[in-house]
Design a protein around this ligand. Structure first.
Ligand SMILES: NC(=O)CC[C@H](N)C(=O)O
Length: 298
């Protein structure tokens, strides 16, 4: 299984409710993925302050404040750290790629799991709703959020194997299913210089999409290329600094439902995760078609 939920808000008055709405959606999907969970929030002003970049990392060997002090000295700017075990968040007035590079050099054993101007990624092992509450997701705000509950198929149950996979700036990809040809695609990407963090099949999809985006391909085209390249089962929710997208494989046996109103676009593995959204009774609700790419822009 695995459970996916995502919410792209169009109506700014709903931004303060993003975390509460997403937590309720995630709670409905706990039984689809009890192993571990993760979430990506776009625009929370405490985790990703305006004008600063944010880096999320796993398994930081030192307290966030200590790492932040070291980074502040080496980058000559103020870096702030937040401990949300096992995730650590760092933000500062410095480019996201520069902050991520500095983190990798100061704490090479830690794993960068997200970076960007607007994005915070949180992941962990355990009951998804317990993790969400521990991270403080219910009080998060923002304009877009994605969450995932994992039942592992392709790699061990670890925080690094949990979704989202966020491997490009402000990008996030979550997956229900399993890719059947991911090893050959991974080897090709490695020959092209792409470096992987985990043995997970979903990371291959995320690295493939990130590579296309980095080369200037737009998100819709990148997902069409993914359709042409990847075999297996997949429902994917992919988000970027300004977009929210859904794509499924040709057979589409992994469930997905989309609901859309003037105020928001939401996607989930099952309708029950959408049932409490405000105004859902008047939403346009549909099941995404096989191999069709759906993209909404901010
Ligand atoms: N159950 C699933 O959908 C698993 C997704 C993915 N193959 C993983 O193992 O992380």
């Amino acid at each position: 299984m695995c459970g996916i939920v995502g919410l792209h808000l169009r109506e700014p008055s709903l931004y303060p409710q993003l975390g509460a709405l997403l937590t309720d959606m995630l709670g409905q999907m706990c039984d689809r993925g009890p192993d571990s969970a993760g979430m990506a929030i776009y625009g929370d002003k405490a985790w990703s302050p305006v004008g600063e970049s944010t880096v999320s990392l796993l398994d930081c060997p030192v307290p966030a404040a200590e790492l932040a002090a070291t980074l502040s000295a080496s980058l000559d700017t103020t870096v702030t750290g937040i401990d949300l075990h096992p995730t650590t968040i760092l933000h500062g007035v410095v480019g996201a790629e520069d902050l991520a590079a500095a983190v990798r050099s100061v704490v090479p054993s830690a794993r960068v799991i997200g970076f960007g101007d607007d994005l915070t990624v949180l992941k962990g092992v355990g009951n998804p709703i317990d993790l969400a509450n521990r991270f403080g997701l219910p009080s998060a705000s923002g304009w877009q959020g994605v969450a995932h509950t994992r039942m592992a198929t392709e790699s061990a149950v670890t925080a690094e194997g949990s979704h989202p996979f966020s491997v490009g700036p402000d990008q996030c990809l979550v997956h229900n299913g399993s890719f059947s040809n991911h090893m050959s695609i991974k080897h090709q990407l490695e020959r092209d210089g792409v470096v992987f963090d985990s043995a997970n099949d979903t990371e291959v999809g995320a690295r493939f999409v990130a590579k296309q985006l980095a080369e200037g391909v737009d998100l819709e085209k990148a997902l069409l290329m993914l359709n042409e390249t990847f075999d297996g089962f997949y429902t994917l929710l992919v988000s970027t600094a300004d977009s929210f997208a859904v794509v499924r494989d040709a057979i589409s046996c992994k469930p997905a439902v989309i609901a859309e109103t003037d105020q928001w676009v939401a996607m989930a593995s099952e309708y029950r995760a959408l049932a409490n959204l405000p105004g859902v009774d008047n939403a346009r609700i549909f099941e995404p078609e096989p191999e069709e790419v759906y993209v909404w822009h901010r």
